[in-house]
Structure formats: structure tokens, C-alpha cells
Unconditional design. Structure first.
Ligand code: NDP
Ligand SMILES: O=C(O)C1=N[C@H](C(=O)O)C[C@H](O)C1
Length: 261
């Protein structure tokens, strides 16, 4: 029997790429969608509803959420409460939010996979960054995105910074508290003390999303960079992989890298 998918954000930039891909995949079936503007219509045989609550009345196995930062947490909590596994693509949530969702998911015995970025090259950037952090102490992140992106940092940069802060070696750069001038220009901090990670978010026309990890060592430097193009195609395969696998554990896992060999 195919995994039955409820797709929240079915009419969005990513949702419009996911819906036909799910329909074309034998082991997945789109059974319902959520979009306020398309409520009352259908995508193939799947009815579209204005709210997650209405859509959860249709039997399904996995919620895939590509909506908005101010919507995703309530959607995920409602789906977990209804016993659904959840794949989160939407940005905007951080470690504290995921700790709350983890407790809810464990209580219901369901799995959650949240990835700041489901593209393969962004996932490789995370993997290579975590590897380099074993050897080089000083690292900062630049987050490039479109002028209209509602959240900062991006989900991509946030997951990377929060994970990196847990494994990196202590920085040799001057602590932010000791910086004079306008310390905010040193960026936003993730983590604590000398293993905090600074993220610098740029929001400019012409960018879709880019993330750059810069390592500095005495007299040498390493830059690792991912740039997204203008289509949502890079996110489809990783999201569908997560939908197939998310029933395999209980609680929240973060990052597509956790599913790769
Ligand atoms: N993890 C990853 O790899 C990626 C993550 N993203 C993230 O995914 C999210 C979605 O991106 P994108 O597809 O570009 O967004 P869009 O703005 O194109 O689409 C948003 C979708 O959510 C629906 N929606 C918005 N508000 C509500 C609401 N209150 N209730 C129900 N449905 C709602 C919209 O439909 P309607 O307005 O009709 O309700 C629409 O279908 C963003 O946070 C983005 O940063 C994007 C790309 C990759
Ligand atoms: O808002 C976007 O467009 C994107 N957001 C994701 C993020 O917040 O990291 C990533 C994706 O490449 C595009």
C-alpha cells in the first residue's frame, strides 16, 4: 500500500513541484492538500482544504509541510496529535521549537523529519562543513536570500548553525561582548560561549538562497558554498525520500544528512 501524503502548501512554489512528483511515484499517494486559495478544488483525486484540521479528517500517513514560518508549527502539532508522521520543509523553526515537537511526537509514537534544505548540494555543504569543523576552529556563516524572504536566518543556515555549534572547536576570534562599535554587525549567534556560531544574513534581489561557510586559519582559508537556482526541483527527491522513511523512528530528526549513507 502506498504511503498516503497530506500536502500543506500544495499550491506554493515547492508544493506545485511536489504534487505531480508524488502522483508520479508508485509508492506514494497524494490524498489531500491544504491551501486557502484553492480550497474546494482538487489535485487529481486529492481534495484541497482551507485548514489542516479539515485535511486531517482524510485518512493519511504523512504530513509534508511547505507553508509559512508562522503556520508550520501549529500544522505539525495538529498532525502529530492526529497520529501522523511529519516532514517539515518550511523554514522558521529553531532548536526550542523542535524540542517541543519532539516531546509531542514521542508521546504519540510518530516520526518527524525536518530539514532546512532538502537539496543534495545544500546537504553536502552541511556534511562537509561538519567534517571541516573537526580540524579548523574558526568558522562563520553567510546566509544569502531574496529581498522578500520573511524569515532570517534561512532554515538552511539555522539548521547548519545550530548543528555546527554543537560540534565545532572553540573560536579564537574576539568574543562579541568585547567588541566595540556596533556589535550587531558581527551577526546573530547560535549556541553558547566560544563555540557559538555567527550567522550574517543578506536579503537582496537576485538571490534565491545561498549559504557560505567560511573557515579561517592562520594564513589560509576554506570556503564551502551552496547556491540554489530559481526552480523548486532540487527539493523534490529529498522530500520524497523523507516521506518514505519518516515512519522508521519516533521523535524529531533534523537534516536530510541523517537519512543519507
Ligand atoms: N527545506 C527546504 O528544502 C526548503 C524550504 N523552503 C521553505 O518552505 C516554505 C514554503 O516555501 P514556498 O513554497 O516558496 O512558499 P509559497 O509562499 O510559494 O507557498 C506557501 C504555501 O502555503 C500555503 N499557505 C500559506 N499560509 C497558509 C495558511 N495560513 N494556511 C494554510 N496554507 C497556507 C499557500 O497557499 P494559500 O496562500 O492559498 O493558503 C501556499 O500553498 C518557506 O518557509 C521556505 O523557506 C523552500 C524551499 C526549500
Ligand atoms: O524561502 C526560500 O525560497 C527558501 N528557503 C529555504 C530556507 O529557508 O533555507 C531554502 C530554499 O533553498 C529556498
Amino acid at each position: 500500500m502506498p504511503v498516503r501524503i497530506l500536502l500543506a502548501g500544495a499550491t506554493g512554489w515547492v508544493g506545485r513541484a511536489l504534487a505531480p512528483a508524488i502522483a508520479a511515484t508508485a509508492d506514494l499517494a497524494l490524498v489531500a492538500g491544504v491551501s486557502r486559495s484553492a480550497a474546494g478544488t482538487a489535485i487529481g483525486d486529492a481534495p484541497v482544504f482551507a485548514s489542516i484540521e479539515e485535511a486531517l479528517a482524510v485518512p493519511s500517513d504523512v504530513l509534508i509541510d511547505y507553508t509559512k514560518p508562522n503556520v508550520v508549527k501549529a500544522n505539525a502539532a495538529a498532525a502529530i496529535a492526529a497520529g501522523r508522521h511529519v516532514v517539515i520543509g518550511t523554514s522558521g523553526l529553531g532548536a526550542d521549537d523542535y524540542a517541543e515537537l519532539d516531546a509531542l511526537a514521542r508521546a504519540k509514537g510518530v516520526g518527524v523529519l525536518a530539514a532546512g534544505n532538502f537539496s543534495i548540494t545544500a546537504t553536502l555543504l552541511k556534511r562537509f562543513t561538519l567534517e571541516a569543523a573537526k580540524y579548523v576552529s574558526d568558522v562563520e556563516i553567510i546566509d544569502y536570500a531574496s529581498a522578500g524572504k520573511p524569515d532570517a536566518p534561512s532554515g538552511t543556515a539555522r539548521e547548519l548553525a545550530e548543528t555546527l555549534a554543537g560540534v565545532r572547536r572553540p573560536a579564537t576570534s574576539r568574543p562579541i561582548e568585547e567588541v566595540s562599535g556596533v556589535p550587531a554587525t558581527r551577526g546573530g549567534s547560535f549556541g553558547e560561549g566560544a563555540t557559538r556560531v555567527q550567522v550574517h544574513a543578506l536579503r537582496l534581489p537576485s538571490f534565491v538562497l545561498g549559504v557560505e561557510t567560511i573557515f579561517g586559519a592562520p594564513d589560509e582559508r576554506l570556503t564551502i558554498r551552496h547556491d540554489a537556482g530559481s526552480s523548486a526541483a532540487p527539493y523534490v527527491a529529498g522530500t520524497l525520500l523523507a516521506a518514505r522513511k519518516v515512519a522508521g523512528w519516533t521523535g524529531v530528526r533534523r537534516g536530510l544528512d541523517t537519512l543519507l549513507d
